[in-house]
Design a protein around this ligand. Sequence first.
Ligand code: IVH
Length: 691
Amino acid sequence: MHRAEGNGVSEYCSVSGNFMLSDKSILKKIEKLRDDLNYHNYRYYVLNDPVISDTDYDRLMEGLKKLEEQYPELITPTSPTQRIGEELIGGFPSVTHNTLMLSLENTYSEEELREFDKRIGKTLLNERYEYIVELKIDGFAVSLEYRNGRFFRGSTRGNGAVGDEITQNLKTIKSIPLKLITNNSKLMDIEVRGEVFMPRSIFDKLNKRREKEGKSLFANPRNAAAGSIKNINPHIVAGRELDIFIHTVVPPCPFKTHFEAIIGVKEIGFKVMPVLERVKNIDEVLKICNSWQPKRARLDYDIDGMVIKVNRFEQHKRLGETIKSPRWAFAYKFPAEQAVSKIKDILLSVGRTGTITPVAILEPVRLSGSTVSRSTLHNQDEIKRKDIRIGDFVIVEKGGEVIPKVVKVVTDKRMGNEKKFRMPKKCPVCGSELVQYKGEVAIRCINRSCPAQVKGTIEHFASRDAMDIDGLGSVLVAQLVDNGLVKNFSDIYRLKMEDLVALERMGKKSSENLLAAIEESKKRGLSKFIYAIGIRYVGIKAAKLLANSFLSMDNLIHASFEEMETIEEIGPVIAESVLNFFRNRENMKEIERLRTSGIEMEIKGKVKNKVLLKGKKFVLTGALENYTRDEAKELIESLGGSVISSVSKKTDYVVCGENPGSKYGKAKKLGVKIISEEEFKKITGEKFIDK
Ligand code: IVH
């Protein structure tokens, strides 16, 4: 933190201006400290214009903490000392949005943007209108609700109708005001929406640290922001240094235009969109949009386009909205960023299934705010098709992935000394003969004990979506395998303190932490375990389906091809692969060893209760992620409830999926309980099912 040095604590005045420090009233003293801290927080995090020094700020905070320690009954949830709350047990509760959180129609084409303008002109019958042009922040959409001037609740977009309540996590973002700087009653109960993001500089730092600790890397700042804001531990969220830009003030509000609204909420404490250009016509819109494309690399946050909004709220009303998006706004997306670099070499990487992937080693080049020095070339066919040679200049492009891709060769820059690349005949790691199966492009090393494959499988087993063993990342896995300590999964559960401390860079503390994380991983549940053991073609989704259908490892081991195939979305390829996996004696022995080490291999307590939903009437709207309509109906009926087609006062629940229809509006109007898929799972007892 760097606040301006100089002004002493006693010299500034608070926003409300008229507080008097009074010895008589502790409460007043506390309130003044809170207001002052809120104001200086605003100067620093929102306006970027601090008026007191770090030391003075810390002194104020210490003063408040001391008083609150003495008088804990005076602590309020929105006190500046309360930004980091307790860990949530049992996940995030659901929030039904008062106004749907829509998304934006978008395009990459100038022509479509002009058509959008024409449509607006037609509806508004040639009356005058202006646009506001903003940056489109590539972040994570959230809603913030204030009651009586205090931050009351924050939530994710979810499916647009129902999101997750993440108030505790949002409170850790310093640019979100906990108390508004206003006494205007029309602004005290406001709802605003915005984009949570992770600045690129913070993202780079975070990934560097994770790499050092051997943890998996976040693909981009958006994923890092999304992954962080949905972490159940607010301490972790606070450490991620997220930020927010507000882009929407939800009506009703005392403003006539979007521009006024954004400036208005900035004045009461919010950090708003950094660019708000007011323009009169579509040519000017395009000029501004195009001018931002080359400038985007210089920003400390990712933008993926521009957003164009009609300015007057009254015109928004007349333009209306479709199920998915408002007709008064549009996103003009930028194409993926590209850069030119030179291929210094092509190396081979051996994946956990033995696939050999050629990787281009590039002259380091800046792209989308980070330095790029490698790029996957996928396989030899791709190299041939694009005629990529060592020494070539190539155009690289970065989409959503960590590793960018080579788009094409800049043939004009060829000098004639570029070298063609040939796939080797032998595995670069273990030296075994490589094979290419019929009908496959991939070339593989089929030696299951190839150290590269062993490392890959162990890394996969320990990864976040699998057994989630914190601290067991690529660097440590490599050390364990190279030192002969781990050959298969079950060896992980036999590791001892003395094995670990003997390794380079492993102290006592990190060894203890790792052993605790290994112990913790035994409780991840059946579906994560099925995913972790790396059965070919069984990804996260298939593992969940298999776990929820068979409920235990033993049932899965004994399942027939036909039984598996009756599960929707489990096809013959997956079923065959599962059967093959369990036919292998080594695999079966390994599962037994893992069982002995205490890994949970069944879903406990899943009992169907015929009376759980007795007499309850359900209406389904929108697409559910984990159930077809028939499955949801069958489940409700098996628990004694019924599904009806239209919403009335007698309806008990409206289950709301992605893109809900008019039933959502009707339910809101009638005050019928609207629940998300997550809540549906809970009330149907599906909470016992692995997630
Ligand atoms: S206005 C009706 N303005 O982009 C939606 N959204 O697909 C009104 N976004 O989920 C949103 N920058 O979270 C708006 N300047 C901006 C934005 C912005 C990013 C996000 C938003 C939304 C998504 C649209």
